[in-house]
Design a protein around this ligand. Sequence first.
Ligand code: NAD
Length: 176
Amino acid sequence: MRGLLVGRMQPVHQGHLQVIKTILQEVDELIIGIGSAQLSHTVKDPFTAGERVMMLTKSLAENNIAASRYYILPIQDIACNGVWVAHLEMLSPPFSKVYTGNPLVQRLFFEAGYEVEVPPLFNRKIYSGTEVRRRMLADEDWQSLLPSTVVEVIQETGGVARIKHLNRKEVSEVDH
Ligand code: NAD
């Protein structure tokens, strides 16, 4: 059986890794869609789709998950929710079950006739992209929320300096 999990993964954190491991106990192969692939360089979506591919590929390898078990696909958003499932079907290997905690994703696949399962949440209060980005901006410990290979990708790409720069307010000349 082939399953699907879609997420923005800004960035990939321990919650994503745990949920992927849990789903892989049930499916033969998992399609991991990197959602909002067109977005990057904002405080809410700081990382490019390519950087998120690196985060996933390296953290799955770090956890000894065989590359033959998954496909990683960047998926751009589209303006019409009503045809998003068809958009995904066009881009993805076929799948029969969808795993998601996101109510909109649940609803769209349910209405399209897919089996949808809500996987368990792992420590969602801290294993959340919002919390990781907040800690980066506040100079708090963000590293412990991420697989170590994801920390390395963020260091390699200057991710913390990027999100801090993007969070600056523009200052006009008279304010100098
Ligand atoms: P996300 O990165 O927040 O979460 C991805 C998945 O991981 C979710 O199923 C979530 O439940 C799970 N997860 C997150 N933290 C977890 C934890 N601590 N423990 C266990 N599981 C955890 O991403 P998301 O918001 O679900 O991503 C949905 C994507 O689909 C977005 O990119 C969105 O834009 C896209 N989308 C696009 C359209 C469109 O283009 N019209 C429509 C619907 C959805």
